[in-house]
Design a protein around this ligand. Structure first.
Ligand SMILES: [Zn+2]
Length: 350
């Protein structure tokens, strides 16, 4: 199953809003085939594993990270396919979280006389698809927050000056994180001041969709995200003033505006979910992060802290209320420290 998890990750960034899945076939104690879901609408992991099998898969055991499908979607059902190819045992990491199909794959396999085991490395197989798991159940994406701050708690000198706080290894980690999500979101101010590309560089990976918050559509369109053609760009704006439409700069998506004149975070997530975005990374600045933090809408948080203090800092970093968060992982990245937090109420649900 560990190997199935590893190969499932080869599908990251390529199959959304489908889940990533890995499958390994074992016969007489030897791996005879492996496959993963590699392309949206393409063959499922189980089919690829059987087709790539070095020996006849009859009487082999399939280790698959996610419950095989039993419905006729874009490809024939994997339950039927495994059965027809003579697989007698199926070991499943986690059930499909889609409430309409969850458990039905297992039931169908058992009805065909296949021996099924469920829940092997369940936590690990489940967390392969945090985005899909959330989206298929709620229609909203899984939300990851990220910030970089100085040792004395500032994200910058002020909100009109670009400040680079963290070093090379922290940047690599950020690009890894970008490659793992469907979309990356920043506020208008960050888009203007930093003029970022918001693409994946320094590592191998797919570019996520760029999402820019621009309530009143006043942002200059000569910024990199509108010009570089490296990835799709969504501009979220107020539905009081604008309709949905597409231009050469990107797609304008109207969502609800709050009384304070800012876009509603809940409506932003709903809008992104409607576009098939299952996971979104919020890269700041503090105003955007705080608006999501205040409503408990962030599920996972990456906090990079530089060893250095920022003199004349004025742009205060959001602070996590540690009653609400569990520190899940700590990494030292050169001169920076990364702490990954998980929202406590989500941890308690597992
Ligand atoms: Zn399938």
């Amino acid at each position: 199953m560990s190997h199935a998890i590893e190969i499932a990750k080869k599908g990251i960034g390529k199959v959304s809003p489908n889940p990533i899945v890995g499958c390994v076939l074992v016969k007489d104690g030897e791996i005879i085939g492996e496959g993963w879901h590699n392309e949206f609408g393409g063959p499922h992991a189980e089919v690829n594993a059987v087709l790539n099998s070095r020996r006849n898969p009859i009487d082999s055991t399939a280790y698959v990270t996610l419950e095989p499908c039993c419905h006729d979607g874009k490809t024939p059902s994997c339950v039927q396919f495994l059965f027809e190819n003579g697989i007698t045992d199926v070991i499943i990491g986690t059930l499909d979280p889609n409430p309409i199909v969850s458990g039905n794959g297992v039931k169908s396999l058992r009805n065909l006389g296949v021996i099924v085991t469920i829940g092997i490395l369940e936590k690990e197989t489940k967390s392969l698809n945090d985005g899909y798991n959330r989206w298929i159940k709620t229609g909203n994406p899984y939300v990851i927050g990220k910030l970089a701050k100085s040792n004395n708690g500032f994200m910058g000198v002020d909100n009109i000056t670009q400040t680079q706080l963290t070093g090379h290894y922290a940047n690599l980690e950020t690009h890894e994180l970008r490659a793992s999500v469907d979309a990356i979101m920043v506020g208008k101010q960050t888009a203007i001041i930093d003029n970022p590309h918001l693409t994946v560089r320094h590592i191998q990976g797919e570019n996520p969709i760029r999402v820019i918050i621009d309530t009143n559509r006043t942002i200059p369109l000569n910024l990199n995200v509108f010009r570089d053609k490296k990835a799709e760009t969504f501009i979220l704006c107020s539905n009081k003033k604008f309709n949905r439409h597409r231009t050469s700069f990107g797609t304008f998506i109207p969502v609800d505006e709050n009384e304070d004149g800012l876009l509603s975070p809940n409506s932003i997530l709903r809008g992104l979910g409607n576009e098939g975005i299952t996971s979104v990374l919020i890269e700041g600045g503090p105003q955007l992060l705080n608006s999501f933090l205040n409503l408990n809408l962030i599920d996972k948080f990456y906090e990079f802290t530089s060893i250095e203090e920022l003199e004349n800092g004025n742009l205060r970093s959001p602070e996590l209320n540690l009653d609400d968060w569990i520190s899940d992982e700590v990494q030292i990245l050169g001169k920076d420290k990364l702490v990954i937090y998980l929202r406590r109420e989500l941890c308690l649900q597992v």
